[in-house]
Design a protein around this ligand. Structure first.
Ligand code: HEC
Length: 269
């Protein structure tokens, strides 16, 4: 998941299925995960304690921990504190959306720095389907484009390992800021299973939601409820409206997080 503006999300749960109940709890889980960073202790892999010993034996960490805590002791709790503080520092507020909001002081009206398509996309994003929009705003809330608490899934249910096995528990999305980098490359693939490689594939999903195998689709994504149960949302967006929605999403990308040296690799000049 992208880590931008994590500190401004209403949810304090992390991971797609919200299995970590705080950022501190989240940050060391990928280190211990056997298929991620591997300090799992499984099948002869090093343990988390091996990592703590390795860090304690590294000169510059002794200096840095001493500087922060007054002694050089490295514990999981201290790593959690330091890593989560670093993640919270990753903030982006220099997108064209931010410029537009600053200029108008109101997210509603057309932004003067947007072209017609971008303003149309903003309207579609922030307006419910009943009122001619795409309803994204009901779950992804501006100005952070953070996901709301207490929603069900969005219909993307296939698991990575086996597309015929379904997982209905993914209810968390990162902020929709920085879906693409300033050069227009996607910071993806998108969704918990990486199933969409382009913004258009993602928009097509929401445009027409297939009810096959759905169990916990959020009712916000029902078109209606027929005699045989709910019917998935059919937005019937025109091609130019799909493009407008995508053009709007591209305005949520900033520059600073890609160029500011404070988030660069400290070991490379
Ligand atoms: C009912 C709530 C809901 C609505 C409405 C909704 N989404 Fe989502 N969205 C989610 C959830 C939950 C996820 C994470 C799902 C997953 O990965 O399985 C998500 C994920 C995404 C992602 C992927 C983020 C990433 O980093 O991989 C994008 C992009 C997105 N939504 C855009 C939209 C757009 C555009 C709309 C409107 C057309 C929209 N969403 C409407 C709930 C919603």
């Amino acid at each position: 998941m992208r880590l931008v503006n994590v500190g401004f999300q209403p949810s304090t749960n992390f991971f797609w299925n919200e299995r970590a109940n705080s950022l501190e709890n989240q940050v060391t889980k990928p280190i211990k995960d056997h298929s991620e960073m591997g300090f799992s202790g499984e099948n002869g892999a090093p343990t988390f304690n091996d990592l703590l010993l390795k860090l304690s034996d590294t000169d510059y960490y002794q200096v840095l921990f001493n500087h922060i805590y007054g002694d050089a002791l490295i514990t999981e709790e201290r790593l959690q504190e330091c890593l989560s503080q670093f993640v919270l520092s990753i903030q982006s507020f220099d997108s064209r959306y931010d410029d537009g909001l600053l200029a108008t002081g109101d997210p509603g009206p057309a932004f003067p720095n947007y072209n017609m398509s971008e303003n149309r996309g903003k309207f579609l994003f922030t307006t419910t389907p009943d009122n001619g929009g795409a309803g994204c705003v009901s779950c992804h809330v501006p100005p952070e484009f953070a996901i709301k608490n207490n929603i069900h899934n969005n219909g993307v249910i296939a698991t990575i390992a086996d597309p015929n096995v379904f997982d209905h528990d993914n209810t968390r999305s990162p902020s929709l800021r920085d879906l693409e980098n300033p050069e227009g490359f996607i910071n993806g693939p998108l969704m918990h299973n990486g199933s969409f490689n382009t913004l258009l594939e993602m928009v097509e999903h929401y445009n027409s939601i297939d009810m096959t195998n759905q169990q916990l689709l959020d009712p916000l994504l029902f078109d209606s409820v027929g005699p045989n149960g709910p019917i998935g949302q059919q937005l019937q967006l025109s091609e130019s409206d799909k493009t407008a929605l995508i053009n709007f999403l591209k305005t949520l990308t900033g520059n600073d997080i890609y160029t500011n040296p404070k988030w660069s690799d400290p070991f490379v000049d």
